[in-house]
Design a protein around this ligand. Structure first.
Ligand SMILES: [Zn+2]
Length: 327
């Protein structure tokens, strides 16, 4: 029988931050109504709390701030699958899908076509995306000691597994190094990212860039799970040893997207994660007849962090995300 439910009054002012101490030891999956759709029904945002048996820090893991970035959701699931709360020192607070309206549409941005990761800390009474960012931040961040925010490349681009971090912050730097990615990129980041919202509250935070959008990549999920387990080990949250093979991530002080200057088709001469020398040939641009119109060379020695998936070029097209390596 259809039931007519009485609509609860929605207000961003009635915020209840997730408080770990209110949960029993164990895993708790739940939704919170943080926003309202145009059907007047509430937008239910999924959260997972794992309260550990033993004392320790609370680690936050968020994914899909951009609604089409899926690898992070699977990374959260992989971590939870193997976690025993009885052996956990501390707690996990996970938000596997931050941008629920974007995820429901399979798209990167929030429903008002705004980049949610350029909207934090959000604004009470602001644009739809600002209100959502405000409510989400106030709900998710207050109880965290650390934050790992998982992303992928944006549409049409391919990424290595790399971490963005403010290298001047020792606890954030330690998170990045212990994640053990291929590349660690020094990036303070704009003040409007979710990572910056955590940083403003004194919560050390990193952004993990795990592969490509709109796909699930087993290798990225596996590496992401290992990286987070390494971080949990480094924070003494787990009782077993470090799993990943130690490797020394390549540290980059900055990076730049290289752009084409001409129209044509790109023949790319590099791959993800390749080290390149200064002046090394990176790509040839060819006409529809196959003539090489121009060659593009590396402006500095570096490492390829990301690249365009699509070889079609018009002037200004980004084709190579090149990191400047710290020697
Ligand atoms: Zn993203």
């Amino acid at each position: 029988m259809p039931v007519k439910t009485k609509l609860k009054k929605y207000s961003t002012q009635k915020l209840t931050p997730i408080s770990i101490k209110e949960f029993e030891v164990g895993r708790h999956d739940f939704y919170l109504p943080l926003f309202q759709a145009s059907t007047s029904a509430s937008v239910q945002v999924p959260f997972i709390v794992v309260r550990g048996r033993h004392e320790g820090p609370t680690l936050g893991i968020s994914a899909a701030v951009h609604g089409n970035e899926l690898n992070g959701i699977l990374i959260v699931q992989a971590i939870l699958e193997s976690l025993d709360p009885e052996k956990l020192h501390g707690n996990l607070l996970c938000a596997p899908v931050v941008n629920v309206p974007g995820f429901n549409l399979g798209k990167r941005y929030f429903i008002d076509d705004v980049d949610l990761n350029s909207t934090f800390p959000g604004k009470k009474g602001g644009k739809p995306s600002e209100q959502y960012a405000y409510t989400f931040r106030k709900t998710f961040l207050p109880d965290l000691d650390y934050l790992i925010d998982i992303h992928t490349a944006s549409q049409g681009r391919l990424n290595t597994m790399y971490v963005r971090v403010d290298l001047d912050s020792p606890p954030a730097r330690a998170l990045a190094m212990n994640f053990n990615p291929e590349i660690v990129l020094n990036a303070k980041g704009s003040d409007r990212t979710f990572r910056a919202a955590a940083r403003a509250l004194g919560i050390p935070a990193i952004t993990v860039e795990a592969g490509n959008p709109s796909v699930i990549q087993g290798k990225m999920v596996f590496q992401g799970e290992l990286g987070i387990r390494n971080i949990m080990n480094s924070l003494n949250m787990l009782e077993d040893g470090v799993l990943a093979v130690p490797r020394r991530p390549v540290l980059c002080k900055s990076s730049e997207w290289l752009r084409t200057k001409n129209g044509g088709l790109l023949r790319v001469k590099f791959g993800l994660g390749n080290r390149v020398d200064k002046k090394q040939l990176l790509a040839e641009l060819v006409s529809p007849f196959g003539d090489v119109l121009v060659e593009y060379h590396a402006p500095y020695a570096g490492i390829v962090i990301g690249m365009a998936a699509n070889p079609i070029s018009i002037p200004g097209t980004r084709y190579c995300h090149l990191g400047k390596v710290i020697d």
